[in-house]
Design a protein around this ligand. Structure first.
Ligand code: ASP
Length: 311
């Protein structure tokens, strides 16, 4: 059996993240959080666990950290509610599961995984998804548990802007965030997982790219595993995950070029954001077109890195 070098990468959202907006203390806290969430998956991978278990573990850690817009710390809809989306995909079998518009499971990524493993479907939404999560035995929380003061303030600022009819600063990047992870395990299998609260003050019922397979989440052992963050409508319109797959599969491009080009083209069309991706050679790429993206990775070199701003 060929042994592959394990690799893993995660993101905690892309957006208008500028050094001038983050205190040194917060920056240090973010680097530490990114590192420990990466390690949650990396220790499993180095122990021989599957890429699927590794990405699930990293995303669960990110969901529990209220610094990030997923699980606890999810943004609010314009009605002041939470509607979370998540997806997971196994690159070996193309098995996948997703949920959209849910509020209840502490770990939306486990809800997505339950859809993949305990139902014959790919995507469950709203009330039906909530019933399914309860019957799958997932840990459930009250809506209040997910909210934080910072997210409430962001909602109020956006609603006030709309009430006063002030111009949008044209920067959707300030309203979004998401978490996600991708990995390659020792057997050369790939997996991807993404979880999000979506975009601040989104219309109730709006679903972003994260749970849309082939847009914000994608994995196939032959090409890549990817998880996106950014203005979801653009990632859906350009089927970003599948577009990168197609360029690798049919045009023979390598991962770094295909992913980098697609993210740059998206930016030129007004779609802000980025993604993390890995292939089975253990190559990791983390392109983004916004000022920053919270990210951490350990590629075939074995070195753990974390970063926030552009290089
Ligand atoms: N892509 C997510 C969405 O549109 C938000 C984000 O990643 O920032 O729901």
């Amino acid at each position: 059996m060929t042994t592959f070098i394990p690799a893993i990468a995660l993101h905690g959202g892309a957006g208008t993240i500028l050094p001038s907006k983050i205190t040194p203390e917060k920056e240090a806290a973010l680097h530490a959080a990114l590192r420990s969430c990466l390690e949650a998956g990396l220790v499993l991978l180095r122990d021989g666990a599957s890429a699927l278990d590794a990405v699930t573990a990293s995303v669960m850690a990110l969901e529990d950290d209220s610094l990030f817009n997923a699980g606890r710390g999810a943004v609010f809809t314009s009605d002041g509610t939470h509607e979370m989306d998540a997806a997971v995909m196994n690159g070996t079998t193309r098995a996948c599961g997703a949920v959209a518009g849910i509020c209840g499971p502490r770990h939306p990524i486990l809800a997505a995984r339950a859809v993949m493993e305990q139902s014959e479907h790919v995507l469950l939404t709203g009330e039906g998804a909530a019933k399914f999560c309860a019957s799958a035995g997932l840990e459930m929380m009250t809506p209040e548990w997910f909210g934080t003061d910072a997210r409430r303030e962001a909602l109020e600022a956006e609603l006030e802007r709309r009430r006063l009819n002030l111009p949008d600063d044209g920067d959707p990047a300030r309203k979004h965030g998401t978490v996600g992870a991708v990995a390659c395990d020792m057997r050369g299998h790939l997996a991807a997982a993404t979880s999000t609260g979506g975009m601040t003050a989104k219309l109730p019922g709006r679903v972003g790219d994260s749970p849309v397979i082939g847009a914000g989440t994608w994995a196939d052992d032959e090409t890549l595993a990817m998880s996106a963050t950014g203005h979801g409508e653009f990632f859906i319109r350009w089927a970003v995950g599948h577009e990168i797959d197609a360029r690798m599969r049919w045009a023979g491009q390598d991962l770094t070029r295909a992913a980098g080009d697609v993210v740059a083209e998206l930016g030129a069309r007004g779609g802000s954001g980025g993604l993390v991706a890995v292939d089975r050679t253990g190559t990791v790429t983390l392109p983004f077109n916004s000022p920053g993206m919270y990210r951490a990775w350990c590629d075939k070199s074995g070195e753990i890195r974390t970063a926030i701003f552009s290089d």
